[in-house]
Design a protein around this ligand. Structure first.
Ligand code: MRU
Length: 365
């Protein structure tokens, strides 16, 4: 997608063909800065400290992290150590483990002299596939927004989204935002309610910035406002992303997603989840008991950062001294609260039968 008329991806190879350029998402929305990753440790840090975040982008960054490791030392022990380090960066988004497994499969039987080239090639394939997948998610989600627009005789379609599942969270297009970009570009009058998404504010800082850059009308709301807007007929549809979806259709996503699904259910509002195939964890049946939920530092709850009047970016504390803060980063929305899944292969029910209909090759495990 474009920033000031220039096409950017949140991850891409630098002109030298080996360094990996990322957009530092901790600096947005106030500063647009890029960072060149030169080592596997820098890639691991970028994921852990959330310079890059969002399930598909975490996977792509890990893949390039393995490539950086292979460039400096292509031995078996270096490959194992890189995969082990990268796998310990964040626990919830399954794309990370999917990408690392794919890198291991591509590399483990190959001679060390070939590994760097194969690793870069495989990482690029993962990235390019993600672009195609996310664009297809947009095409497959677009009819949902078109139908609502037609039903409302062309009046504004109000979509509520949570966290950031836009192009910044993927290699391009996004997942939940991809149908919205497609709809906007097709001339549908679409407006997005953007949950601020405390504590890290991915909605306020990233989704609002992306939508603004593309010219999509949007309004940032506090996380607690969604239920009220739904009760008053101001939300036509909810669309979110996911970090891990079980084979039975339970959806793990940014903390607070579950509450939005409950409110949508209570108000008869469709709640859809957009996801690429690699976000499905076919080994998990019950999301609530089986998906590891990342617990992040309480500092993210107690310390806010933002732009001061003089333009500088400052941090402020909002807690009384000594009050502890808990920070579970994700929650699980049971499949029964999800109206439908939007994938690169089409739409389906949030159920085992629905997912297996789209991914028949996964039927046995
Ligand atoms: O903690 P984050 O910012 O990595 O969480 C991101 C989300 O929860 C997204 O909704 C999810 O990864 C889907 S991104 C296409």
């Amino acid at each position: 997608m474009k920033v000031n008329g220039i096409h950017w991806r949140p991850i891409q190879l630098a002109d030298d063909g080996w360094r990996v350029t990322i957009i530092d998402q901790t600096k947005l929305p106030h500063h647009f800065e890029t960072v060149d990753l030169e080592t596997m440790d820098q890639a691991a840090h970028a994921i852990r400290a959330m310079l890059v975040r969002g399930a598909p982008l975490i996977g792509a960054t890990a893949a390039y992290g393995v490539a950086l490791a292979m460039r400096s030392d292509a031995s078996d022990s270096s490959l194992d150590a890189a995969i082990d380090t990268l796998a310990r960066t964040r626990p919830t988004a399954v794309n990370l483990f999917w990408a690392l497994e794919r890198m291991r499969t591509a590399l483990h039987n190959r001679p060390p002299s070939d590994r760097a080239e194969i690793a870069y090639q495989t990482a690029s394939e993962i990235a390019e596939e993600d672009v195609r997948i996310c664009e297809a998610i947009g095409d497959n989600g677009l009819p949902l927004l078109k139908e609502i627009s037609e039903r409302k005789a062309g009046n504004r379609v109000n979509v509520l989204t949570h966290c950031n599942a836009g192009w910044l969270a993927t290699v391009d297009w996004g997942t939940a935002l991809s149908p919205i970009y497609k709809a906007h570009d097709a001339g549908i009058d679409v407006h997005v309610w953007v949950d601020e998404t405390r504590p890290r504010n991915q909605g306020a800082s990233l989704t609002a910035w992306e939508l603004g850059a593309h010219g999509v009308p949007h309004t940032v709301i506090v996380d607690n406002a969604g239920g009220h807007l739904m009760q008053h007929g101001q939300v036509d549809i909810c669309i979110t992303g996911t970090d891990r979806t079980t084979r039975t259709g339970d959806v793990c996503n940014k903390i607070g997603t579950y509450l939005k699904a409950l409110a949508a259910h209570d108000n008869g509002i469709p709640f859809h989840v957009a996801l690429p195939g690699p976000t499905i964890d076919w080994s998990v049946r019950d999301g609530v008991s089986e998906i590891p939920i990342e617990e992040r530092s309480g500092d993210e709850v107690g310390i806010l950062s933002g732009r001061a009047e003089d333009g500088s970016v400052v941090s402020i504390s909002v807690l009384p001294e000594g009050s502890p803060a808990g920070n579970p980063a994700f929650d699980v929305t049971p499949a029964r609260l999800v109206t439908g899944l939007i994938t690169e292969r089409g739409r389906c029910a949030a159920s085992e039968a629905g997912l297996q209909g789209l991914y028949p090759e996964k039927a046995d495990g």
